[in-house]
Design a protein around this ligand. Structure first.
Ligand SMILES: [Fe+2]
Ligand SMILES: [Fe+2]
Length: 327
């Protein structure tokens, strides 16, 4: 293909996080009450707008008392939608939640993720048994790296990545950078007080990744992850996890040029909002609102990627939350 022809070309994908299929009870009621309906809306939008694939940045299931039935529902909704494109999922902390309560092992939760996302059938580069992987786009050769929250549900008190995963991520990023490829990194949880997805100076959400524990001991692999973001400034990283809505305007940061380009994706299942508690401390309003199913449709061109904020419930664009990222 000539350079001119490539310039005219583009491809499109949908970028969401926190689908949170929820069949289980949190107290009296299922918690993520709009999860299934919003997931159906996403799949219809992906068909209508010609998305070649969908990226889901973690927390596909809620997993309070086991994820298998939720994964089965997840697959049913995809099958019934008629959407034929690929879906690439990242492993979020909720995929591992039941292991926290002793209902299964972390490894069993990881295996469920691999099985029910049908990861072995996808055109990805992956070591056997691993939940992290790479997809190379056939048109522009862009590298999509999907990392996994591997070690447990409580991301704020764990070193979340194995040595093996960090070795893999560092070597893939170094190699793809040397090849001049564009890198999209998908990793579910933001870092506390860093980047997008929360109030950076006064974070409202305590459950993000830390680089050290309460006693000041370093989490070495969480720190390696942050170093990657600070070293390879051309990376485009997308996270979810805090569920923070677009309107709070913590959607994007490159740390004034000191880190890579960092997007936070609001939750498809229902967003959170920055607020203050009765003591005047920063917190999140988690009340569900039916009309807040937020994510992006991304158009990738040879020289730029355009992230257009979408309300999938209302099937509307958010002109205020559209970002153009130059190559
Ligand atoms: Fe979530
Ligand atoms: Fe999460």
């Amino acid at each position: 293909m000539s350079a001119e022809k490539i310039k005219e070309k583009s491809y499109r994908f949908a970028l969401v996080a926190d689908i949170h299929i929820d069949l289980e009870k949190n107290g009296e009621n299922t918690y993520f009450i709009y999860a299934e309906e919003n997931f159906r809306q996403l799949l219809q939008a992906a068909k209508k707008y010609g998305c070649e694939f969908i990226i889901s940045a973690g927390d596909q299931v809620t997993n309070a008392t086991g994820a298998v039935e939720e994964w089965k529902r997840y697959r049913e909704i995809i099958r019934d939608s008629g959407y034929q494109g690929l879906i690439f999922e990242a492993l979020g902390n909720h995929e591992l939640r039941y292991a926290k309560y002793g209902g299964c092992s972390v490894r069993e939760c990881v295996d469920e993720f691999i099985q029910y996302t049908e990861l072995s059938e996808k055109p990805v580069i992956r070591e056997n048994g691993k939940p992290y992987y790479e997809y190379i786009h056939p048109l522009f050769g862009d590298s999509y790296l999907f990392m996994a929250i591997e070690n447990g549900y409580d991301v704020n008190s764990l070193d979340n990545f194995s040595d093996e995963q960090m070795d893999w991520a560092e070597s893939a990023i170094a190699k793809r950078t040397a090849q001049g490829r564009r890198i999209f990194l998908i990793q579910h949880s933001p870092l506390y007080g860093f980047g997008a997805g929360d109030d950076r100076e006064n974070p409202a959400y305590l459950g993000s990744i830390r680089t050290q524990d309460a006693a000041g001991n370093i989490f070495p692999n969480n720190l390696r992850f942050r170093k990657l973001l600070e070293t390879y400034k051309d990376i485009i990283w997308a996270s979810g996890h805090t569920h923070l809505r677009f309107e709070d305007e913590k959607n994007y940061s490159d740390d004034s040029g000191n880190s890579c380009r960092m997007f936070h994706i609001p939750a498809l299942s229902g967003t959170t909002r920055l607020t203050y508690d009765s003591d005047g401390k920063r917190t999140l309003d988690r009340a569900f609102r039916e009309d807040e199913a937020q994510g992006y449709i991304v158009d990738v061109y040879e020289d730029k990627a355009v992230f257009s904020g979408v309300n999938f419930f209302r099937d509307e664009l958010y002109p205020l939350y559209t970002y153009t990222i130059k190559r």
